[in-house]
Design a protein around this ligand. Structure first.
Ligand code: COA
Ligand code: MG
Length: 293
């Protein structure tokens, strides 16, 4: 489970160095919007060098690469970096899972070219950056994309695509369009059996707001979150693992069912609990165990 995904502009030597020390579960070396088009060839070379210097199967943090859109320089980026065996590619401006299928076939060829294990390079889809993308999110429930590991959503590129001047409602929260995109992304990821990853917080100095956003994201079902600054990593790592209270409660739920074998519903603290509660408790304990390892 990858909780914290830290974006690092791939053409910045300093940030590449800082990113490695940040404690993030995964770095996303960015070749898209945080790199000027004229710097892309240099940035591709820096990604390859970084991966070569941090090679190995138990690499920590994982190293992912955000390529450009597939109707832009995405294939050029993929062809340049796959040879250095990144853990995965982050794909922006995806309109639907058929586009990822096409990319997955290209990756089959690139992995064969480079003598890499077939299917080793995973995919994270930035799945809500165009209007069509949001309307087509339900397709992830029926189109199986090999390599797909996670879906995330964004509230920065969609307004630009819509010609909207803001992503906020008058009260200062996200407007309905972006809340819809967020919920549909969560549902699509769960339906596709991949990690739902919550979007970034642009105000990287506001630790309290970040912690509140992490708590809300995890309660809704997200299992990780995007970071854009190393200062955001610790809050995300803590925010996306179960708290001690949650683990204690989950143990009591599991114990209550274990003490009543063959019974589908039991009372705990004066409340009915049944199978969905047991499943959720087991999920909490599994997540907790994974983070102990
Ligand atoms: N990854 C790694 N290191 C980072 C970093 C990041 N995303 N953001 C900041 N740092 C480093 C800085 O280089 C600086 O280290 P230094 O003093 O050794 O140079 C240190 O952390 C403190 O940085 P700070 O001064 O607080 O931020 P900044 O003003 O330099 O940078 C941003 C602000 C937003 C430009 C920067 O955080 C950034 O580039 N974020 C990622 C942007 C991105 O990738 N966007 C695409 C996805 S939406
Ligand atoms: Mg963007």
């Amino acid at each position: 489970m990858i909780r914290s995904w830290l974006f690092v502009p791939a053409d910045s030597e300093r940030k590449l160095a800082k990113g490695g020390e940040s404690g993030a579960d995964a770095l996303i070396l960015d070749l898209e919007d945080s790199v000027a088009a004229s710097r892309r060839p240099v940035a591709r070379g820096m990604v390859v060098d970084y991966l070569a210097a941090h090679a190995g199967t138990a690499r920590r943090p994982q190293v992912w690469v955000r390529i450009n859109p597939l109707d832009g320089e995405g294939l050029t980026d993929a062809a340049a970096v796959v040879r250095a065996a990144p853990d995965g590619l982050v794909v922006p401006k995806v309109n639907g899972p058929d586009e990822l299928l096409r990319l997955s076939h290209w990756l089959d060829a690139l992995e064969a070219r480079d003598g890499l294990p077939a299917g080793g390079v995973k995919l994270l889809s930035v799945a809500t950056e165009t209007a069509a993308a949001v309307l087509r999110l339900s397709e992830y429930a029926r189109v199986a994309v090999p390599r797909l590991a996670a879906l995330t959503w964004g509230a920065e590129d969609l307004p630009a695509a819509l010609g909207a001047s803001t992503n906020q409602d008058p009260a200062g929260g996200y407007a309905l369009t972006y809340r819809l995109a967020r919920s549909a992304c969560l549902l699509a990821a769960v339906a596709a059996n991949v990690q739902p990853i919550d979007t970034l917080e642009v105000d990287f100095r506001d630790d309290a707001a970040l912690r509140a956003a992490c708590a809300d994201g995890r309660k809704q079902g997200f299992t990780g979150k995007i970071a854009i600054h190393p200062a955001q990593v610790a809050a995300i790592n803590e925010g996306f693992r179960p708290t001690a209270e949650e683990v204690a409660h989950a143990r009591r739920v599991v114990a209550a069912f274990a003490a009543n074998p063959g019974i589908g519903t039991v009372g705990l603290d004066g409340k009915m609990i049944d199978m969905p509660h047991l499943r959720q408790a087991q999920r909490v304990l599994a997540a907790d165990a994974a983070f102990q390892a």
